[in-house]
Design a protein around this ligand. Structure first.
Ligand SMILES: Cc1cc2nc3c(=O)[nH]c(=O)nc-3n(C[C@H](O)[C@H](O)[C@H](O)COP(=O)(O)OP(=O)(O)OC[C@H]3O[C@@H](n4cnc5c(N)ncnc54)[C@H](O)[C@@H]3O)c2cc1C
Length: 386
C-alpha cells in the first residue's frame, strides 16, 4: 500500500502549524487545560479560532467551507491536532462524521446552510444513535417520531452520547414506522438541541470526558429536520459507519501516546531493557499499519468506494492498537505513569489508560467489527450490524 502525498498537503500542513503555533491558539488551549476537574471541557472557542483560519474541513469542496484538498490533508490535520494535545472528539464527531454524511447524502439546502458553519465550528453536531437497550444492536431503536400535522413529535431516550452538551444539533436515529421491519422503520433527523422537550444530563465516565443521557419529551421538529427520507435511516447509518470507522482518530491518538512513551523510554541517561525496546519496535510497526489501513479507507471513500467491512477492519485495528499502546506504556514505564504530577506528557499517558477501554467499544465494538469482517469474507458482503 502506498499513498502519494501531494505538494498541497505539505503546504497545508505548514499552514496548520502556523495556526497551531499562534499565541491565540496557545491561550485558548491553556484555557481548556486549566479546568480544575481535569475533564476535556468546552473546546468550542478553540475550535472556532481554528475554524476561522479555514483549516478544519480541508477535504470538503470550497463551496461548503472546505479547500478541495485530498484525504491526506485530513490525516495531516488530525495528527497535528492530537500531537498538540487538542481534544479531538468534538471535531471528529461534528466535522468528520456528521459533516461528511451531510456532504454525501444531505439535501442541497442542508449542505448549503450547515456545512460552512460546521467547517467554521460555528455550529456543532453530535450523534444520538445508542439507547439504554440498543448499542451494537442498533436496529432495535425505540425512540419514536410520529407525524403531527406538518411536522414530527419525538419521544424517547438516548445514552452514552459524547458532546451533546456543546452541540447545536444532533443526528438522531428514531423509529418512524413501528409496523415495518426492524431495518425499514428507522429514520434520521437533525434535531436542534435547544428545542423544547430536550433534556441533557451528564453520565459519569472513566475517561476525561463524561457521557450524556438525552431525553426527548414531545419534541416537535419540522420536516426540514428530516435527514434523507422516512425509512431510509438504516442505509444512511451504514453509510455513515463506513466513514466513521476509518480508524483515523484512534490511529492519531495511538501515535501520540507511542511518541510520548518512546520519548520517556529513550531519554538520555535511561537504560531501557531489550524487552522494552522490542515492544517499542512492535508498536511502531502496528501504528504504521494503522495509518496505512486508515488511509486506504479514506482514499476509497474519496473515490466513492465505501466498504463497511474494510472500514470495520481499520476501526478494529486502529482502536485495538491504540489501546495496547496505552497499556504497554504503563507496563514499560512503570507506575509513575499513574502519578503524572505537572508533566503534561505524563498526564496524557495517564488519561490514555482511562480512555483506552472505551476505544474498542465506541463507534462499534471490536467483536462486532470482526463479525462484519467475517460476514463479508464468508458471504461477500458486509451490511452493517445486526
Ligand atoms: C467513548 C464512547 C463514546 C461513545 N459516543 C457515542 C455517541 O456520541 N453517540 C452514540 O449514539 N453512542 C455513543 N457511544 C455508544 C457506543 O456506540 C455503544 O456503547 C456501542 O455501540 C456498544 O453498545 P453497548 O454499549 O450497548 O454494548 P452491547 O452492544 O451491549 O455490547 C456489549 C458487549 O457485547 C458484545 N457484542 C454485542 N453484540 C455482539 C455480537 N453480535 N457478537 C459478538 N459480540 C457482541 C460487544 O462487542 C460488547 O463487548 C459511545 C461509547 C463509548 C464507549
Amino acid at each position: 500500500m502506498e499513498f502519494d502525498i501531494p505538494r498541497e498537503t505539505a503546504d497545508f500542513a505548514a499552514e496548520v502549524d502556523e495556526v497551531l503555533n499562534s499565541p491565540e491558539t496557545a491561550r485558548l488551549l491553556a484555557a481548556v487545560r486549566a479546568r480544575e476537574d481535569g475533564l476535556d471541557g468546552d473546546v468550542r472557542e478553540l475550535y472556532r479560532h481554528l475554524g476561522s483560519a479555514g483549516i478544519l474541513a480541508p477535504s470538503w469542496p470550497a463551496e461548503y467551507g472546505g479547500r478541495d484538498a485530498d484525504f491526506t490533508a485530513t490525516v495531516a490535520l488530525l495528527e497535528k491536532l492530537v500531537a498538540r494535545g487538542i481534544p479531538q472528539n468534538l471535531y471528529c464527531i461534528s466535522v468528520l462524521n456528521v459533516g461528511s454524511l451531510i456532504l454525501a447524502s444531505g439535501s442541497e439546502q442542508q449542505r448549503k446552510t450547515l456545512l460552512p458553519a460546521m467547517a467554521a465550528a460555528q455550529r456543532i453536531a453530535c450523534i444520538l444513535f445508542t439507547e439504554p437497550g440498543n448499542g451494537s444492536d442498533l436496529a432495535g431503536i425505540t425512540t419514536s417520531a410520529t407525524r403531527d400535522g406538518d411536522g414530527w413529535v419525538i419521544n424517547g431516550r438516548k445514552t452514552y452520547n459524547l458532546k451533546s452538551a456543546y452541540a447545536d444539533l444532533a443526528l438522531c436515529a428514531v423509529r418512524t414506522d413501528p409496523n415495518s421491519s426492524q431495518y425499514e422503520g428507522i429514520t434520521l433527523f437533525l434535531v436542534p438541541l435547544d428545542a423544547p422537550g430536550v433534556t441533557i444530563r451528564p453520565l459519569p465516565s472513566l475517561a476525561d470526558e463524561h457521557f450524556n443521557d438525552i431525553w426527548f419529551t414531545d419534541v416537535r421538529v419540522d420536516d426540514d429536520a428530516l435527514f434523507g427520507t422516512t425509512g431510509e435511516g438504516w442505509s444512511l447509518i451504514t453509510q455513515m459507519f463506513a466513514a466513521e470507522r476509518t480508524g483515523l482518530d484512534y490511529y492519531a491518538r495511538g501515535r501520540h501516546w507511542l511518541d510520548l512513551a518512546a520519548e520517556r523510554l529513550t531519554a538520555p541517561g535511561g537504560q531501557p531493557s531489550d524487552t522494552a525496546l522490542a515492544g517499542l519496535a512492535r508498536h511502531r510497526i502496528r501504528i504504521e499499519a494503522s495509518k496505512l489501513l486508515s488511509c486506504q479507507v479514506l482514499q476509497n471513500l474519496q473515490e466513492g468506494n465505501a466498504d463497511i467491512a474494510e472500514s470495520s477492519f481499520a476501526k478494529w485495528h486502529c482502536s485495538e492498537t491504540a489501546q495496547r499502546i496505552a497499556w504497554w506504556a504503563l507496563d514499560t514505564l512503570g507506575p509513575g505513569v499513574l502519578e503524572p504530577g505537572t508533566d503534561a506528557g505524563a498526564r496524557t499517558l495517564e488519561a490514555a489508560l482511562r480512555e483506552a477501554p472505551g476505544m474498542t467499544i465506541s463507534g462499534g465494538a471490536s467483536e462486532v467489527m470482526l463479525d462484519i469482517v467475517s460476514s463479508a469474507r464468508v458471504f461477500g458482503t458486509g451490511n452493517g450490524e445486526d
